[in-house]
Ligand binder design. Structure first.
Ligand SMILES: Cc1ncc(C[n+]2csc(CCOP(=O)(O)OP(=O)(O)O)c2C)c(N)n1
Length: 329
């Protein structure tokens, strides 16, 4: 399938914005302005953006920690991302996070759950609820790390999605390490793709360092899920180009892996590819970087003026209170 050049350019710009936002998040963390942790997406932008760009209004998206690019492409504002990080009461989690557990469930954007393996079941549940209500299910999408696939919760969710033939894409970012644990201590099959057969679902493998490949594979997976072919398991090979979080220097990462194909920086690969294929120019790159720096500066300027959260507020909540629940019923 030939990819639409304007979509590739758009995807790349989201990747650039995500990388810049990550760098800014790290800077805020080092300045002591992030009360929780800072978890970056470096190396996972191509995979993340390619998944989110398949989603339409009404679909369900459940990003994980390394999905900055996907979140932005799904429509999250820089302000929401930054406010969540600094624990601003004006952010989507109303100052109760200081991390990456943000979302806007009413918009189909599920807040991240730190308990590994739990989120795919939540996506299943959201789709099943729509089915039971006789509504259009839309497409569900989530991403999980290689480590997360070792949990019981992940197996249960895969099995349920397969049995119910849910229209869901489950992306596995096999970034070689689960925190500091190498994949060889995480699973004994050659590739997590082998598991698709056992679950009875379609499996797709992709080079997670290659934006065009990620876009093609996600396009195919989304079409199949929307056409009623059931869950689509996409397994991507890549390397996390940062620590598990900013508190981790990733000194355990094997040097030869960094020099290997899997250690390529998807952002650099995509930039070279776009220019080599005449889909973007050096001038485009300069312009995008300038625009992004200005967008980010404006957003940071705005959120750093936010008031601090006030724990004494009676109705101070993240997503729901008893009163809100009563009003809804
Ligand atoms: C159920 C559960 N067990 C353990 C942890 C602690 N923990 C946090 S991150 C992590 C490793 C995650 O590895 P992976 O899913 O491969 O993601 P990566 O950080 O490599 O992107 C672990 C074990 C957790 N959050 N949840």
């Amino acid at each position: 399938m030939a990819l639409d050049p304007s979509l590739l350019r758009l995807a790349f710009r989201w990747m650039l914005l995500a990388r810049a936002l990550d760098d800014k998040t790290a800077a805020l963390y080092r300045s002591g302005l992030v009360p929780g942790g800072a978890f970056l997406s470096k190396g996972q932008e191509a995979l993340s953006v390619a998944l989110a760009m398949q989603l339409l209004p009404g679909d369900i998206y459940a990003p994980l920690i390394r999905d900055t690019a996907g979140r932005l492409a799904f429509g999250e504002s820089l302000q929401d991302a930054l406010r969540s990080c600094i624990g601003s009461p004006l952010g989507p989690m109303r100052g109760r996070d200081g991390n990456v557990h943000r979302g806007r469930p009413k918009d189909g954007y599920l807040p991240m759950i730190s308990h590994l393996g739990a989120i795919p079941s939540v996506v299943n549940g959201a789709l099943m609820a729509r089915r039971m209500q006789g509504k259009e299910m839309g497409l569900g999408a989530t991403c999980i790390g290689d480590g997360g696939t070792s949990t019981g919760a992940f197996h249960e969710a895969m099995n349920q999605a397969a049995v119910e033939r849910l229209p869901v894409i489950i992306v596995v970012a096999d970034n070689q390490y689960a925190y500091s644990t190498h994949r060889s201590r995480q699973f004994a099959c050659d590739s997590l793709l082998d598991r698709a057969i056992g679950y009875g679902v379609d499996g797709h493998s992709v080079d997670g360092t290659d934006l065009a490949a990620c876009m093609q594979v996600m396009d195919r997976a989304a079409k199949r899920a929307r056409e009623g072919c059931g869950p689509q398991l996409v397994v991507a090979n890549l390397l996390r180009l940062c620590g598990h979080g900013e508190h981790d220097d990733a000194s355990y990462v094997d040097g030869t892996l960094k020099e290997s194909h899997v250690g390529r920086d998807c952002l650099k690969v995509a930039a070279h590819w776009l220019i080599a294929n005449k889909l973007a120019t050096d001038e485009d790159m300069t312009q995008w970087n300038t625009e992004i720096a200005a967008e980010l500066e404006k957003a940071v300027d705005e959120i750093l003026r936010d008031p601090a959260p006030d724990p004494s507020l009676e109705n101070w909540h993240a997503l729901a209170t008893a009163a809100l629940r009563e009003n809804a019923s």
